[in-house]
Write a new protein. Sequence first.
Length: 83
Amino acid sequence: MTLVSLVVWVADKAPEDEDVVAGWTAFAIFGLLIAAVVFLGFSLVKQLRKVDQAEEAGLYDPSDRTRPSRQGKGEPAEDAGEE
């Protein structure tokens, strides 16, 4: 047996079927990732509500408002009667 074939033979051994398990560690990590996404979702909703309240309170300059155009780019809001 050459050195290369010996290395391939040693490295290519697969574990037995009864030795392969998913494990509780991976399950815990998966659960923590789900919890993180839920937390970020609630945090996003909270921040968006704060922005809406601040806009209703008049903290933003109304001249900064943009409206979407047909091309999807924001344009400054203009009065329909002015040209």
